[in-house]
Design a protein around this ligand. Sequence first.
Ligand code: NAD
Length: 351
Amino acid sequence: MKVVVTGGAGFIGSALCRHLVAERGWQVVNVDKLTYAANLSSLAAIADHPNYSFVEADICDHVALGELFQTHSPDAILHLAAESHVDRSITGSAEFIRTNVIGTYTLLEAARGHWQRLSGEKRKAFRFLHVSTDEVYGSLGDTGLFTEQTAYDPRSPYSASKASSDHLVMAWHETYGLPTLLSNCSNNYGPYHLPEKLIPLVILNALQGQPIPVYGDGTNIRDWLYVDDHVRALVMILAKGRIGETYNVGGRNERTNLRVVQRICDLVDRHAGPLPRIRSRRALISFVSDRLGHDKRYAIDAAKLETELGWQAQETFDTGLEKTILWYLANEEWWRPLRRLASERLGLLAG
Ligand code: NAD
């Protein structure tokens, strides 16, 4: 199996590349523009593997994509490249429209050209898997879950750009017959996560005794998914998913942001030892002005993926979070150079 992974130098993409090369023995071509969110050191474990290659390219560049398909003739595309940080989309949406909408369109066209030139078994087996977010469904009240039938209702520039890309993917299937698959997942967490996102930011601030910002009153609810569980779901959807279908991926781990932050404080207290002068790292929590248009609650119903394809999350939130914290404690050389990004967390500056 030879696949192109777009955005493979990002958080989920790098976990996917490591899994496919090291554990599945697939050939992987990682295509990434190397934006601020990329980190090639997350791929150090496979960088020299004969089944892995890296192409620095922008998914908006149709010439580069044409050459890529010509050179590598992949069996499938796993499309993860995106601008992914909601806070950044609020203070600067242009890159989100460019990469997430125009970039997905450009990639779909390049993939369609490639697929149409294929014949026989290779054409029949070709797949385009688009990785998207549950944020396209909008915000839930106190009850209910997002299913694959939930109407789209994106509310931030980020989720609107991802919703646009999802619609393009569905249209390329309906109109041209391109064999697409779509996955919409909840918030991922795990090792190698850029420390501008909530969980790694809180882990590192807790570790270093710095204030821990929590938006609003901390009651917003997210549904957490361990990144390697997500990777296993993607492989399963690619192998067994029905063409043209959407699969929701979620770990059934709903938590308020405050509960997540408090749990991290307690685990860092336990594993890193106490800080001088404070009894618990919970004392570092500081409530800051809420994010503009902050969605109240996300929660995924993953029943279709579980019953139709047989996927099950292997981590509970507690086991996944503990693994993640222990990884950050053991891998300071990975996160130390990225720490300045935490202080640039844009939503907080705007707040
Ligand atoms: P990330 O921000 O960590 O990584 C994105 C990668 O895409 C980076 O390596 C970046 O350099 C690359 N990229 C950006 N623009 C590009 C362009 N124009 N051309 C080529 N490469 C480009 O993102 P992530 O958290 O790994 O998310 C991966 C995908 O999963 C995204 O599509 C995101 O919308 C989706 N998703 C993420 C989450 C999550 O919790 N992280 C949840 C739901 C969906």
